[in-house]
Structures are given as C-alpha cells and as structure tokens.
Design a protein around this ligand. Sequence first.
Ligand code: AMP
Ligand code: MG
Length: 326
Amino acid sequence: MKKIIYLITAALIFLGGCDSKPKKYSRTVYAMDTSMTISIWGDNSEAALSAAVKIINDYDFMFDKENKDSPLYALNRSNGTTTKVPDEIAEQISYARNVYTMSAGALNIALEPIIKAWGFDGSEYRIPSDDEIENILPMTDFSKILQDDNYITMPSTMSISLGATAKGYTAEKICSELQDMGVKSGLIDLGGNIRAIGSKPDGSDWCIAVANPFGSEFSAFVYLSDKSAVTSGDYQRYFERDGIKYHHILDPVTGYPAKSGLASVTIICQDAAYADCLSTALFVMGEDEARKLHAMVGGFEAIFISQDATVTYTDGLQGKIEIPKQ
Ligand code: AMP
Ligand code: MG
C-alpha cells in the first residue's frame, strides 16, 4: 500500500509591508514541527527577535510530550497523582476547557490516546480497528481532568496533547512580549498561525492570504490589524489508504477524522490562543453548528471552506475580505 504523507505547515501566508519605510527585521526557526517566522518593523528589533525566539524554544520544550524532561511528558505519566505544571500548561488547559465546554466537546485536548492510535502523534500512520477506538474513547473524557490552579489530577489512562492549542498560545505570548518591548508593527507566523502586532508600518491593514485546501492558489484575502488569523484544515496533515483520505482533526465522539463537510476553517479574532482553540473546534462542529456558536458567544469571525470548495464567512468580515474568482 502506498502511503502518501503531506505535511503542509503554512496554511496562511502574509502579504504586504514591502513598500514601507521602516526597516524590516525577521527571523525563521523550526519548532513544534513547523517553520516559524517573526517579522518586525522598527528600532531595537534584534533584541525583540531574540526574545521571541527564546519564547519559541522554551515552549517547544515545555509542550513536547515526547521529551522525557518536559513537564507535559511528566504530566502524561503522572499515574493518577496530582502534578504541578508550569503556568503555560495550566493556562492552556483552562483555555481549552472553556472551548471544550462551549463547543460541546469538539475541542478535546484529552484525545491524545486516540491521536496516537492513528499515528498522528508523529509515529507510523495506521487505521485503528473499531474495537480499538471503542476501547480508547472512554480514556478521553476531559471532564475527568481536575485542575486546581497549577495542580492537575487525571486518571492514569489519560494523557494530553497540546497540538490544537500550543501554536496560538505561543503566538499570543510572543505578541505580548514584543508589545512590552515597544514593537508597534509586526507579524508572527507560527506555521500559518498568524498574529499581527498593530498595523503595517504605513498604518494600513495587513493582508493575510488563506490557503486553498484544493490547490496552490489562495481562497481568500482578509485585511486585519492587531488580530490573529488561525486555520485548521484537513489538507494540513493526512495520509491515504486505498484511495481514502484520513486527516488529523479527529471527532471526539467517533474517534475518526471529523467529517463535518468542511475542508478548512479560519478564525479571525484578537487572541491567537483563543483562535487556535476555536479553529479546531469549529472544524469538528461543521458550518451550521459553528454559526450557531458564533451567534451565541461572538468575539470572533470565521471563514469556512467546504468540501465542494465554497467559501463563506461570518458577517463581521464584510468589507474586510476578498474572494478571488476560482
Ligand atoms: P489544529 O491544527 O490546531 O486544528 O490542531 C490539530 C491537532 O490537534 C492534530 O494534529 C492533533 O494533534 C490534535 N487534535 C486532533 N483533533 C483534535 C480535537 N478534536 N481536539 C483537540 N485536539 C485535536
Ligand atoms: Mg487549533
């Protein structure tokens, strides 16, 4: 059987800023299994870039569930005993719990055992049997993970993966740090998870291109300042067996790759950590349920690309989005 592996890390790219006067400083590093680029415009920028890279490296270690020295590795092997985790993990667990609750479980960071069964943890891709999935699903009940500030207690069969949340969380932390250092204009691109600091140096909005899940052209261009744009898509990581595509965003109810009719969801809102949680959740929920959630909680906009390549978006993006003719 032929295995086709695709790993497309950059779901979004940023455009613009090239014709502006202030000098651009930029650095690219590879972390969290993806390429990350920080670009900033203005003075004191080398120090700011170094601060950003330090955050990336620190978090790359901290959130690495395979690194035997990492706090996430320790938590996942805590065997039911209460374990103290760093603020950065505690915060992500509580953010994820909020979105878990509001999405009726669609975002579930306790899916790690099922992610592993499919090989989406970086091991060999495989299709687990129905029995295997049925046995694993009871181990993925997020409500059994108890949290008292930085102290986490979970059953010994459970483990956590921060794959759906860590890049957005990291982007938001970098943004705060750089703003504290006086950066007024920049783009943080963590494998397609974009966080814009302020506007372009000339004061206009950044133009963010949304990848076409079915080809190399872009499906949309969205204009924003001081906001995030985060995409979850079935084309970003998948394998094929016997002509069937199995992608990496799993439905916590079935334990199978989510079949919601969507090929991608892009979330636009200020906080990149929230955007990352929401993009995964809304992909699983599908457009109808996602729109209900949008109407209920607000605070974000979304671009939906369906399996038939139709592009739709929430009303708040009117005047801020261009859809090129396909
Ligand atoms: P994202 O690209 O942010 O949508 O995150 C997808 C990654 O999160 C996958 O590669 C898995 O590691 C993990 N994951 C898959 N499905 C879910 C889910 N329903 N809830 C939380 N994490 C998930
Ligand atoms: Mg996500």
